[in-house]
Design a protein around this ligand. Structure first.
Ligand code: ADP
Ligand code: ZN
Ligand code: ZN
Length: 743
């Protein structure tokens, strides 16, 4: 007997983030299960709120007389599977968030949305009878009725919206027709379709090559057994999408559903199109630009079994499929899989947990897997599968690395090496397209020597110092250590040591100067600020309206530009020496991705990487297209420096409008943390200025906590964070567990 329900109330207040109990009235006992969203009276004023039923009990923990009745099932039918409720509880424990914020992430409908219905009109009398009606209406001069009647002569079924539009009658006229028994009106629920599925041509399966077949067989052999995690390490162009689709086909044949996560729809329109052309209207698409109504529709269609595949960014991992068989995460190394707002969950972790709960398998895919995932695969926690050959073309990419130090010695002070300049000239002459890539990510203000390539780093963190013009200082953004700016290179004594930086505008002006006849497009945050300008620029370039596209990492993603035969990386150092322990990993990923843009068609592709430290393994290994070699070098660095995956980090981002107060509080906070840190085996690093040390009027500093185990970090949060936030209530403290960005 479900007499009393445990309920989480839909209200944002951490104090209320606990279970409330309500009585289930007799008439509702059959309608309310775990996962049902209900209306409840709450608080003294009995305010009408929504609540999520997370469990039942016979014996309440409170005085029975004081327990209120559930009012009813919420009108927007948003109830979810019980396992998703368990997932929310897990998220609370894993990410130290409130249950309600986890539930709201699972059911991403904040605003009330209207369900859209469509009315269909069916004529229920024959043409002769209708004609006699029309004669009568004409006599009486009932013009609207006559117009509608004439329209209905031609069709025995039509949409109400069509008849209203074509004959300019009001809905009252339609109702009148119904009253007279001339028509019947059928209401049916319609869904808003963000993608026009019918405009996409259908495609058939490709015959898998041997490698693809092996991967497909391996994954399929385990279907419907205990949940497994696979990591497909497949080079760019190895046909991972085809593998995903053939796996999913079998999942659907078993009556199960699949979720496909992609980093961002706008950046991967090709993948979405591929899936729709293979699976047609079985596919739903989620993305951030959808209206609340569209999101709600997609969510309901998934829950009600109208679709079987959901493609979308990280939040699609919560798609409420009832019989989930497979979760695929394409480009699993992408940072966008981690939420930047609370709950700061990682979609990969959630997917694996959901797999464990439901038995669904998880397939991760990437040409450059995250160090975390590859490490787990090597340890045997994930099954490693490989695709080493290109599926369609046999073209080898020609990657060349240019040592910019030598260019300087030879008197070339341009941003283009002689090699890159000559190649650009060649391609322009041949009317082939060129991408010039600036791998700038966020802030990088490191100081380096143009003569020998030396980069000044903090010895305790092995992270490049960041140059601060104020006071002419170098500051380590991990531990806060500060030294004076140098005037000579500590390694070679050269005076060519300075802050490194170049922007897309500067590249553009160089290009216009050196190649005045070339048609140039630039794509960066400035030029894509306006809505759709992103698509416009890419569209123009694809149509051949420009010869050279200059851009930041926005151009690096999975776009297919068949006419691009040259990719130039202006200065690989830009991302290599950011103040982030993942800088080498990001650089290797970016270089692999962007060089893969060249030579997608039958034409030979060339990639030219310019650098002042071409001997760095991120660069040599991407030239050799050797992920495993890169992994081996990088994992050693992580181990020696005790960075993830060997440790877990908790970033405390602290902010205040008062910069002096912030500095003082940050040191006091650190001291308070030190009092308890050693007991839990935590190391405290910082405080230091954040990479973006001021946003709007807020100054920002960071304290990092490092621990070998995840558990210890969580214990710290649970035991102390609330107290610390109260004590330091004048500054804001935000937590990020295992952040992917460096604050
Ligand atoms: P990835 O995602 O691994 O980089 P894609 O899925 O984009 O690779 O595949 C690269 C190209 O190879 C695509 O044009 C795809 O249609 C094609 N392709 C994939 N598998 C096959 C196959 N078995 N036979 C022929 N072409 C294939
Ligand atoms: Zn340091
Ligand atoms: Zn030097």
């Amino acid at each position: 007997m479900n007499k009393y329900a445990d309920i989480i109330v839909d209200i944002s207040h951490s104090k209320l983030d606990r279970v409330f109990q309500y009585h289930v009235p007799g008439n509702l006992t059959n309608k309310i299960v775990i996962g049902t969203v209900v209306d409840i009276p709450f608080g003294k004023g009995n305010k009408n709120l929504k609540g999520y039923v997370i469990g039942f009990t016979d014996k309440p923990n409170f005085d029975v007389d004081k327990i209120k009745d559930i009012t009813g099932v919420a009108s927007m039918n948003m109830s979810i599977e019980a396992h998703l409720i368990k997932l929310a509880v897990w998220m609370k424990e894993r990410y130290a968030c409130t249950i309600i914020s986890a539930l709201r992430t699972l059911i991403p409908i904040g605003k009330k949305v209207n369900e859209k219905t469509q009315k269909e009109i069916i004529r229920i009398i024959d043409v002769d009878e209708l004609e006699s009606y029309i004669k009568m209406w004409d006599k009486k001069n009932y013009k609207a009725l006559s117009r509608a009647g004439n329209y209905l002569l031609a069709c025995d079924k039509c949409k109400q919206s069509a008849i209203i539009k074509k004959t300019d009658v009001s809905p009252a006229v339609i109702l009148n027709l119904e009253k007279k028994g001339i028509i019947k009106i059928n209401s049916e629920r319609i869904y808003r379709e963000p993608y026009n599925v019918n405009n996409i041509k259908r495609s058939k399966n490709k015959l898998p090559n041997m490698e693809q077949q092996k991967v497909i067989n391996k994954v399929l052999s385990n279907l419907n057994k205990e949940s497994q995690v696979y990591l497909i390490h497949g080079i760019t162009g190895s046909g991972k999408t085809e593998v995903y689709m053939q796996i999913i086909e079998k999942v659907l044949e078993k009556g199960q559903q699949a979720i496909v996560l992609i980093p961002e729809i706008a950046l991967t329109p090709q993948t979405v199109r591929n899936f729709i052309s293979r699976f047609g209207n079985q596919v739903g698409v989620m993305h951030s630009k959808l209206s609340a109504g569209e999101k709600y529709d997609g969510w309901r269609r998934a829950r009600d079994g109208d679709i079987s595949i959901m493609i979308g960014p990280r939040s699609a991992v919560f798609t409420p499929f009832k019989n989930l068989g497979m979760i695929i995460i394409d480009e699993e190394h992408e940072m966008s899989y981690k939420s930047e707002v609370s709950p700061k969950y990682h979609a990969r972790e959630v997917a694996i947990k959901r797999g464990e709960m439901t038995g669904a398998d998880v397939v991760l895919g990437s040409a450059t897997p995250s160090l975390e995932s590859y490490h787990l695969a090597k340890e045997g926690k994930y099954t490693l599968l490989e695709l080493k050959e290109k599926a369609a073309s046999t073209n080898k990419l020609d990657v060349r690395v240019i040592d910019m130090r030598e260019e300087l010695i030879n008197g070339n002070k341009s941003i283009f090496s002689d090699t890159l300049r000559n190649e650009i000239q060649n391609k322009l002459f041949n009317k082939e397209q060129i991408i010039l890539f600036l791998n700038r990510r966020g802030y990088s203000r490191f100081v380096s020597c143009r003569q020998c390539g030396y980069v000044i780093k903090c010895d305790s963190c092995d992270i490049p110092y960041t140059y601060h013009a104020f006071g002419d200082k170098l500051i380590c953004h991990y531990c806060g250590k500060t030294i004076n700016m140098v005037s000579k290179c500590p390694s070679c004594n050269s005076k060519y040591i300075k802050q490194f930086g170049i922007g897309t505008e500067k590249v553009e002006s160089y290009v216009r100067k050196e190649f005045p006849t070339a048609r140039v497009l630039r794509m960066d945050l400035d030029t894509t600020a306006r809505k759709n300008s992103y698509d416009t620029i890419l569209g123009k370039f694809r149509n051949g309206e420009a010869d050279i596209l200059i851009g930041t990492q926005m151009v690096a993603k999975g776009h297919d530009f068949p006419d691009v035969t040259l990719v130039g990386v202006i200065a690989a150092d830009l991302s290599l020496y950011m103040s982030d322990f993942r800088a080498s990993e990001r650089t290797f990923q970016l270089l692999t991705q962007v060089t893969g843009r060249a030579g997608r068609s039958n034409l030979q592709g060339t990639a030219i990487i310019q650098s002042y430290t071409p001997e760095h393994y991120s660069i040599t290994k991407s030239k050799e297209q050797d992920y495993i070699g890169f992994y081996e070098a990088e994992i050693k660095y992580r181990q020696v420096m005790n960075y993830p995956p060997f440790s877990n980090l908790l970033a405390l981002l602290i902010q205040s409008t008062n910069s002096k107060e912030l500095i003082k509080s940050s040191f006091e906070l650190k001291n308070d943390i030190l009092l308890v840190a050693s007991r839990l085996g935590l190391e405290v690093i910082g405080p230091s200025p954040a990479n973006v040390s001021k946003i709007k009027n807020n100054y920002r500093r960071v304290i990092l906590l490092r621990s070998n185990g995840y558990k210890e970090l969580m214990q710290f949060i649970i035991r102390y964070m609330e107290r610390l936030s109260i004590k330091y209530k004048d500054i804001s403290i935000q937590m990020d567990i295992n952040p992917l960005i460096s604050y």
